[in-house]
Design a protein around this ligand. Structure first.
Ligand SMILES: CC(C)(COP(=O)(O)OP(=O)(O)OC[C@H]1O[C@@H](n2cnc3c(N)ncnc32)[C@H](O)[C@@H]1OP(=O)(O)O)[C@@H](O)C(=O)NCCC(=O)NCCS
Length: 205
């Protein structure tokens, strides 16, 4: 680790992490300071990113976050994680990218080390509800919503709303949404209409 990086991490965990949340009166300055530090720490950091009070991201070296996205209050995001743009994250979300090993019975689990990290990928324009937990290797599709306290063990399709433990798709944002009808398909739109078809295929429809 370079000295510059180590200094930034010390400044974040020793000071900036504990500055007020962005909805506080002094939150604007706190947000700017956290963002400035994280720019020099994350693998990539987009414009207007909002890292909230108390966020934990390890050394941040494998974290990519797109423009206008945020890491919520007291969230934990460690290992290889790619967060798209325009992603909202509620408080206390946890994103996990590896597990403890537990195959042997003759060795305590804490001595067995960890599995290989499996990257978590979050598409653009996703809303992650409070206290959601996302497991290693999961891909969250573009435009998806994860309900509060969802435990997400499998990929979530584009524009799906998934909730519960384990998280299940409860409905799609594409149902009745503008731009998802046959007109959108016939004019060659590759956005939500294509996603609607993919969603139906994934649901076996
Ligand atoms: C997922 C969510 C967006 C769904 O909203 P909605 O489409 O209005 O859903 P509804 O309230 O109509 O509920 C639909 C069904 O899903 C269930 N459901 C909704 N949210 C759920 C959740 N978080 N966990 C488990 N089940 C949930 C409802 O009980 C209902 O079940 P039913 O059909 O058996 O009665 C919303 O409930 C949610 O969790 N939002 C996150 C809030 C949050 O964390 N905000 C702060 C962070 S920014």
């Amino acid at each position: 680790m370079t000295p510059g990086r180590a200094i930034r991490l010390a400044a974040y965990y020793g000071f900036a992490r504990w500055l007020p949340a962005s909805n506080h009166r002094a939150g604007r300055w706190a947000r700017l300071i956290r963002r400035w530090i994280c720019r020099g720490v994350f693998k990539s950091c987009g414009r207007e990113v909002n890292i909230e009070r108390g966020a934990w991201f390890g050394d941040g070296s494998q974290l990519e976050i797109g423009d206008y996205s945020g890491i919520g209050v007291n969230c934990q995001v460690t290992g290889p994680v790619r967060i798209g743009r325009d992603v909202m994250m509620g408080p206390e979300v946890i994103i996990i990218t590896r597990h403890h090993r537990f195959d042997r019975l003759d060795v305590p689990m804490w001595r067995q080390g960890s599995t290989e990290a499996r990257p978590v990928i979050i598409g653009d324009d996703v809303w992650i509800g409070t206290r959601a937990i996302i497991m290693p290797g999961v891909h969250i599709g573009r435009g998806a919503i994860l309900g509060a306290a969802a435990v997400v063990t499998k990929d979530v399709p584009d524009y799906a709303i998934a909730a519960g433990n384990p998280a299940r798709v409860i409905r799609s944002r594409l149902e009745g949404a503008p731009g998802t009808g046959s007109a959108a398909v016939s004019n060659g739109c590759s956005g939500p209409a294509a996603a609607a078809d993919a969603f139906r295929r994934q649901q076996g429809g």
